[in-house]
Design a protein around this ligand. Structure first.
Ligand code: ZN
Length: 97
């Protein structure tokens, strides 16, 4: 199983999320700090969920996002298959637990 770590845009090392605040069920503000001491950059940003690729299996989900357009779903299927195609923002690491 893979988990994803944030990557510092300044130096490429790992960043730690220092604080985050949910603004809505699909939008969260975040503050992160680079863990590479000589860099030490800090950033503010956000995380949002835009579409459902597949709907929740619950009878009454708290929220239902619009189903992604077919082009987005097609891209997601390709991304799930291509493990080497990581975004610069995130880095995959193998979970040890
Ligand atoms: Zn850095």
């Amino acid at each position: 199983m893979s988990v994803y770590k944030l990557v510092c845009p300044a130096c490429g090392n790992r960043m730690r999320i220092r604080n985050s605040e949910g603004q809505t069920p699909v939008f969260r503000s975040m503050y992160a700090q680079c863990t590479h001491i000589p860099c030490g950059a800090t950033f503010s940003g956000s995380l949002s969920w835009d579409y459902a690729l597949s709907p929740s299996g619950l009878d009454q989900p708290r929220l239902a996002l619009p189903l992604a357009p077919s082009a987005v779903r097609k891209q997601a299927q390709q991304d799930f298959r291509e493990h080497t195609d990581q975004l610069d923002l995130l880095d995959a690491v193998e979970a040890t637990a």
